[in-house]
Design a protein around this ligand. Structure first.
Ligand code: 5GP
Length: 238
């Protein structure tokens, strides 16, 4: 399947149409951004590593009957995916306290809460992706209560699957951001990517950060760290 029109040109990814109206090509760029795109860089090889990790994880979830937009990896930095209409919401899952949650609740990074924490964020760069609750999401017409229930249910299944997988790989699955979209036949599926750009992943023994926090906090060796996550996952998933 070949690229046709560029339909979305993001900072870190591009989406191209294909000859099939129900599929798109997701191209992972080497660019990395943080803090509302104020901090930016180009890191050779980052796109390919994130593409590889996303493909492995989506294929693993597919094997567990969890629907995602992933169809197949078609090159080092491209995935063929089902076309979706994006739902402008981010469902963030926290297994450990870190990042904005640590700041907001004044809790130490790495603390394990007594329950997994699920947050909804409204995807709006003008508003700074604010936290919203379920009724606000319904009132804004973003999703129905039943669709939100479906998203939480899928997020729970994905999280329990990935916590087990990362644990077996010697990694701590700290948190993740999920995006959802609707296919032309109305199915609500996971879209975007699942990678060290959208999750926090720590070494299980040392708690070394192996994700985008290396870029956010200027820790260096970003692609090497992402590559070590990829290698550990490949060791488990083949
Ligand atoms: P935080 O609450 O600290 O902002 O983020 C929680 C988790 O969701 C982290 O793994 C973070 O990388 C991810 N996340 C939240 N919002 C975004 C976003 O806008 N872009 C990306 N790439 N990841 C996000």
């Amino acid at each position: 399947m070949d690229r046709q029109q560029l339909v979305f040109d993001g900072y870190e990814k591009q989406i191209y149409s294909t000859a099939d109206p129900d599929t798109v090509i997701l191209h992972f760029k080497d660019d990395i951004t943080a803090y509302d795109n104020i901090r930016r860089a180009k890191l050779t090889g980052k796109g390919a590593v994130n593409c590889g990790i996303s493909a492995l994880l989506f294929a693993h979830l597919g094997g567990k009957h969890i629907a995602t937009h992933f169809i197949e990896k078609i090159s080092a930095d491209e995935l063929l995916c089902r076309k979706v209409t994006p739902i402008p919401i981010e469902l963030v899952v926290h297994n450990y306290i870190a990042g904005s949650l640590a700041d907001k609740l004044d809790l130490p990074e790495g603390m394990k809460p007594s329950t997994v924490i699920y947050d909804l964020r409204y995807n709006s760069s003008e508003l700074g992706d604010p936290l919203i609750n379920d009724s606000q999401a319904v009132a804004l017409g973003i999703a129905s209560f039943s669709e939100l229930g479906e998203m939480y249910d899928t997020a729970r299944k994905i999280n329990s699957c990935l916590v087990k997988l990362f644990d077996a790989a010697g990694l701590k699955f700290v948190d993740m951001k999920l995006q959802f979209g609707k296919t032309s036949d109305g199915a609500l599926i996971v879209s975007d990517e699942i990678s060290p750009d959208t999750c926090r992943i720590w070494d299980a023994d040392t708690d070394e950060k192996l994700d985008k926090d290396r870029f956010r906090h200027d820790l260096g060796n970003i692609v090497d760290a992402y590559g070590s996550v990829y290698q550990k996952l490949k060791n488990i998933l083949g």
